[in-house]
Design a protein around this ligand. Structure first.
Ligand SMILES: [Zn+2]
Length: 445
């Protein structure tokens, strides 16, 4: 299949490219990126007119939950991949907190083999750090890596035992396998369900202090320093964590960090009806009788507006390295429970580009190139999985994005099985036109 993507704004931060160009794809690979109209328009199976669009390396989401095996009523590998493709993603990394937990080579192979029959999105799987995620003994990192695990993670919670976490970082460093770290001190979160701040006071919902995240963030960065290993901090949400990451990076500690679109778009007050400027779609009553929205319940929680601002600054100045969605599908029944009983988590694959482009580029002046770095180049680099570039010879993973398309995020009708979006009703500017994976069109709008 020979494809010409003609006349788009090619943004490839890895090669410092940002200009109008033609991209030629053949046999699953990028052949060339050349000045517009320099390619003779013949012998192509398909010519895509990309004028007015951005042509970028396929997006990479290093933090998704596809709920497979065990909770396929929420999502499965096939629908998760469809959802990813519709979001411009060509690579995703699944978290291991499925049922059962991904903690053996067989379970890693189950996911990777099933993913081969999905729509073409490249699925990476992270394996659990401890057996059953019970925090008692390490899994066998070497054989998990051999079976194809791309990383290890205890996502869902942290490894509470400091000596075990130290051993995990040391072992992972020896094998060159990334450690993706959910940073949360469980005793500090306790029964909390929202940020400990204004909204917790108004609603009577127990709060989660920032220190729950920050205590483990600094612990694990110091462990990375002490072991000479590397650590990647997941879903960072507080300004305190960002100061700690700056401190660690200045000290030369090998740390990278991600945040998710909801942390730079919404605040804790958006869980309340009438809070912020957004509509509420999923109503229930809080302990103090305030109407709240379970579609804005996730862990870590939406933080204060000062935290939101700090996250935006950290994405700009390089303190944060990546945007990940933490795509966490749940059924309508689960999310219609009382706020305290509803599970944590929101979906995000199909809104990530639009929301990020709107908030970061349009409202805060980020360059499109920096956005693509955060959504493709850096996550690919942290995972060491290849991709994140349009360099000739590379696998043709490409997203064609319309930066000017305005739309309103709906409350339903996603390719994901789930509808628990935090962004329903939000007006956004930016849409995915086409996703190409391995030289094949896997999504088209
Ligand atoms: Zn997590």
């Amino acid at each position: 299949m020979r494809i010409l993507i003609s006349g788009g704004r090619v943004i490839d931060p890895a090669s410092d490219t940002d200009h109008i160009a033609d991209v030629v794809v053949d046999a699953g690979r990028i052949v060339s990126v050349t000045r517009q109209d320099s390619v003779p328009v013949s012998g192509f199976d398909r010519i895509i007119d990309a004028s007015g669009c951005w042509v970028v390396p396929g997006l990479v989401d290093m933090h998704v939950h596809f709920r497979d095996p065990g909770q396929e009523y929420k999502e499965d590998i096939f629908t998760g991949c469809e959802s990813a493709a519709a979001g411009g993603f060509t690579t995703v990394c699944c978290m291991p907190n499925t049922m059962p937990v991904i903690d053996t080579p067989d379970k890693v192979r189950y996911v990777l083999e099933k993913a081969e029959n999905a729509c073409g999105v490249r699925v990476l799987q992270s394996a659990a750090i401890t057996v059953g995620q019970r925090g008692k003994e390490l899994t066998d990192f070497a054989s998990l890596k051999k079976a194809g695990a791309a990383a290890v993670s205890e996502d869902g919670h942290s490894v509470a035992d400091i000596k075990l976490m130290r051993e995990a970082l040391r072992t992972a460093a020896g094998l060159g396998i990334p450690v993706l770290d959910h940073t949360e001190q469980p005793e500090l979160r306790d029964a909390g369900s929202v940020h400990r701040g204004a909204a917790a006071g108004l609603t009577g919902i127990p709060g989660i202090p920032e220190q729950a995240e920050e205590a483990i963030a600094i612990r694990d960065m110091l462990l990375a320093q002490e072991t000479g290993g590397a650590v990647h901090l997941q879903h960072i949400s507080t300004s305190g964590s960002l100061d700690l990451i700056r401190f660690a990076k200045k000290r030369g500690i090998n740390v990278t960090a991600e945040t998710a679109p909801h942390y730079f778009t919404l605040t804790d007050e958006d869980i309340i009806a009438g809070g912020g400027n957004k509509e509420i779609y999923h109503r229930c009553l809080s302990p103090k009788g305030v109407t709240v929205d379970t579609h804005r319940k996730m862990n870590p929680p939406l933080r204060s507006s000062a935290d939101r601002q700090a996250v935006i600054e950290a994405l700009m100045d390089g303190t944060l390295d990546a945007i990940a969605t933490d795509h966490a599908p749940h059924s309508a029944e689960e999310k219609s429970r009382d706020f305290l009983k509803a599970p944590f988590g929101v979906i995000g694959l199909e809104t990530s580009f639009a929301v990020s482009k709107t908030v970061l580029v349009d409202e805060n002046g980020m360059t499109p190139s920096r956005l693509i770095e955060l959504m493709s180049v850096k996550p690919a680099e942290i995972l060491g999985c290849g991709g994140g570039t349009l360099a000739p010879g590379c696998r043709a993973d490409i997203a064609v994005l319309d930066p000017d398309k305005e739309w309103t995020v709906p409350a339903s009708g996603f390719r994901s099985k789930a509808e628990n979006t935090a962004f329903a009703g939000m007006n956004v500017c930016g849409a995915v036109v086409m996703t190409i994976a391995g030289g094949r069109v896997i999504f088209e709008n």
